[in-house]
Design a protein around this ligand. Structure first.
Ligand SMILES: Cc1ncc(COP(=O)(O)O)c(C=O)c1O
Length: 500
C-alpha cells in the first residue's frame, strides 16, 4: 500500500489534511540507542503490510526463553532482543488499513513525549509531588473542558483508560445518589442503586456495576431505536417507573458519544434534559467519539455533551495519541471528592487546595500516576488544533466515503450511516444474497481472509444478531484511496469464495 491522493479528496473538493509523518525526526540520543533510529525504524515501517504480524505462540515465545540474568548485557543488545519479539510480532496501529478497533495510531511526537515523561519521572499525586507536571495536566484538562463546553469550575485528570474513567465517574455518581452514609457503611438496606445504560454501552459500564457490588442487575438496559441510539422514550419510561418504585434509585444514566460497535452518538440533549428533570447524574462515555471535539467540523455532532456531569475522552483511541491515557472530566469535581478524598497521614502535603494546587488522587481511585498529559500537551502544542482536527475530520469523511461506495453497490449493504468514523456494512454475494446464513458465513470468511492478506484488518460485530463488517477509521495515515482498495479486495475474496 503506497501513498496517494484519495479519490474522495478530488471528488468532494476537500483536500487531504496535512500529513503528520513529515515530523518524524526527533534529535535525541539515549546512551547508545538513538531515539531517532528507533523512531525512524518503527514509524517508517508503520504503514508497510501486513497490519498484524503474528505467529504461533511457541515460535514467538521461543525468542524469550532467557532466564533473568545475573549480569547485564549492552543496551543495544537488550533493545535488539525486545525488537526481535515485540518489534517483530505486532499490530501496526498506524497502518492505513488498521480498521479493526478504535485503536490510536500514535503520533510521531509520542516517542519524545513518552521519553520526556519517563525522564522527568513525576508522580501526579498532587502539586507538591509534581508541581510542573501537575500544571501541564491542568492545562490539558482546561483545554478539554473548554472544547466540551463544560462550565467554569469543571475539573478532571488523566487516568489509564476509558474503563477506569467510566468506573470512577459511575462510582462518584452512585455515591452521590446514595449519600455519604454509603461511603462509611457500604450499601445497607435502602433503595437498590440503579445505572441506566443503552444496550450499546461499552461493557466497562456493567463491570463498574459489578465492582461496585451492584451486580450486573445494577445496570438496567435501555433499548435503542432503529438508528441504534438510546431510545429517549424508553429512557423516560425507565426513569418514571423507577421514580415510582421505593426499592430502586436511579443514580446514573450512561450515554455514549460514539458507541464501540457502530460509533453512533446517543441523543445527548434529550437524555440530559431527562436527567435534569429527574435529578440523575449523566455520564457521557465519549472514550472514542470525544476526539470529534478537536474538529471544528465535527464538534456539533456531540452537541449536548456540555450538559454531562462527567465525561470520558480517551487519548488513545481517536485522539491519535500512543497508549495510554483517558481524560476524565467532572462538571462538579466536589462530587467526586466526596467519594475519593482521603486524609492519609503520609500524604499530607500541606496543600492549600487552591484550583492550581489541589491534590489529584481525590478524583479517581488511583494514587500514583505518571504524567500522561505530557505527550498530549506536546502533540497538541506542536501540531495545533487545526492540523489534528482536520485529520480527524478526514477520518470521518473516509468513513462516509466508504458508506457512499457501499450504498452505490448492489453487492453491498450499509448497516448504519456513519455518525463519526465507523462504517458497518455487509457484503451480499449476488448469487445468494437472500440466504442469510450464507451471507453471514461469507462475511465472517472475508474478515479472516482480509487479515491473512495483510493489507486490512477488520473486526466483525453483531447487529441484530447478525455479523457485519466493521471499519473503524482512526488513523491519520488512512485516505479515501484505502476505502476503494478495501472494496476491491473484499470483492476479490468473495469471488474466490464463490469458486469454492
Ligand atoms: C465507548 C467505549 N468506552 C470505553 C471503552 C474502554 O476503554 P479502554 O479500553 O480505554 O479501557 C471503550 C473501548 O473500546 C469504548 O469503545
Amino acid at each position: 500500500m503506497g501513498d496517494g491522493e484519495g479519490q474522495m479528496g478530488a471528488a468532494s473538493g476537500a483536500p487531504n489534511p496535512p500529513a503528520l509523518e513529515e515530523r518524524y525526526r526527533i534529535p535525541l540520543e539515549a546512551g547508545t540507542v538513538s531515539i531517532d533510529a528507533l523512531v525512524d525504524g518503527i514509524l517508517a515501517h508503520a504503514t508497510d503490510s501486513p497490519v498484524l504480524r503474528t505467529g504461533a505462540v511457541q515460535s514467538v515465545g521461543a525468542a524469550l526463553t532467557i532466564e533473568l540474568p545475573d549480569t547485564g548485557i549492552p543496551l543495544q543488545a537488550a533493545v535488539d532482543e525486545i525488537m526481535s519479539v515485540a518489534g517483530t510480532y505486532y499490530r501496526k496501529n498506524a497502518h492505513p488499513g488498521m480498521f479493526s478497533y478504535v485503536a490510536s495510531p500514535g503520533l510521531p511526537t509520542d516517542p519524545l513525549g513518552h521519553a520526556l515523561t519517563a525522564a522527568l519521572n513525576q508522580n501526579l499525586t498532587g502539586y507538591m509531588g509534581a508541581p510542573g507536571a501537575t500544571l501541564v495536566e491542568r492545562t490539558l484538562i482546561r483545554w478539554l473542558c473548554a472544547l466540551a463546553g463544560l462550565p467554569e469550575g469543571s475539573d478532571g485528570l488523566v487516568v489509564s483508560g476509558g474503563s477506569i474513567a467510566n468506573f470512577s465517574a459511575i462510582a462518584a455518581a452512585v455515591h452521590r445518589g446514595l449519600g455519604p452514609v454509603a461511603r462509611e457503611q457500604g450499601i445497607q438496606g435502602g433503595p437498590h442503586p440503579v445505572i441506566l445504560a443503552a444496550e450499546s454501552a461499552h461493557f466497562s459500564v456493567q463491570r463498574a456495576a459489578i465492582l461496585l457490588g451492584l451486580g450486573r442487575a445494577g445496570v438496567e438496559v435501555v433499548e435503542c431505536d432503529e438508528t441504534h441510539r438510546m431510545d429517549v422514550e424508553a429512557l423516560a419510561r425507565k426513569l418514571d417507573e423507577a421514580a415510582d418504585d421505593p426499592g430502586r434509585r436511579v443514580c446514573c444514566v450512561v450515554a455514549s458519544a460514539g458507541t464501540t460497535a457502530m460509533g453512533v452518538v446517543d441523543p445527548l440533549p434529550e437524555i440530559a434534559a431527562l436527567c435534569r428533570q429527574h435529578g440523575v447524574w449523566l455520564h457521557v462515555d465519549a472514550a472514542y467519539g470525544g476526539a470529534a471535539l478537536l474538529s471544528d467540523a465535527l464538534r456539533e455532532r456531540l452537541c449536548g455533551i456540555e450538559l454531562a456531569d462527567s465525561l470520558t475522552v480517551d487519548l488513545h483511541k481517536w485522539c491519535y495519541l500512543a497508549f495510554d491515557g483517558s481524560v476524565l472530566l467532572y462538571r462538579d469535581p466536589e462530587s467526586a471528592r466526596e467519594l475519593f478524598a482521603f486524609e492519609a497521614d503520609y500524604a499530607r502535603y500541606g496543600n492549600d487546595q487552591t484550583a492550581e494546587t489541589r491534590t489529584c488522587f481525590d478524583l479517581s481511585p488511583e494514587v500514583s500516576r505518571r504524567s500522561r498529559a505530557l505527550p498530549a500537551y506536546l502533540a497538541w502544542r506542536h501540531y495545533g488544533l487545526d492540523v489534528l482536527g482536520r485529520n480527524i475530520q478526514h477520518n470521518a469523511e473516509c468513513a462516509q466515503y466508504l458508506a457512499e461506495l457501499v450504498k452505490a453497490s448492489a453487492d453491498f449493504e450499509l448497516v448504519t450511516e456513519p455518525m463519526l468514523s465507523i462504517c458497518c456494512f455487509r457484503y451480499l454475494p449476488p448469487a445468494s444474497k437472500d440466504d442469510a446464513s450464507h451471507v453471514d458465513w461469507v462475511n465472517a470468511r472475508i474478515v479472516e481472509r482480509l487479515a491473512l492478506g495483510g493489507n486490512f484488518l477488520l473486526s466483525s460485530t453483531l447487529v441484530n444478531e447478525r455479523p457485519v463488517l466493521r471499519v473503524c477509521v482512526c488513523s491519520h495515515t488512512t485516505s479515501a484511496r484505502h476505502m476503494d482498495e478495501l472494496v476491491l479486495e473484499i470483492r476479490r475474496i468473495a469471488a474466490v469464495l464463490a469458486e469454492g
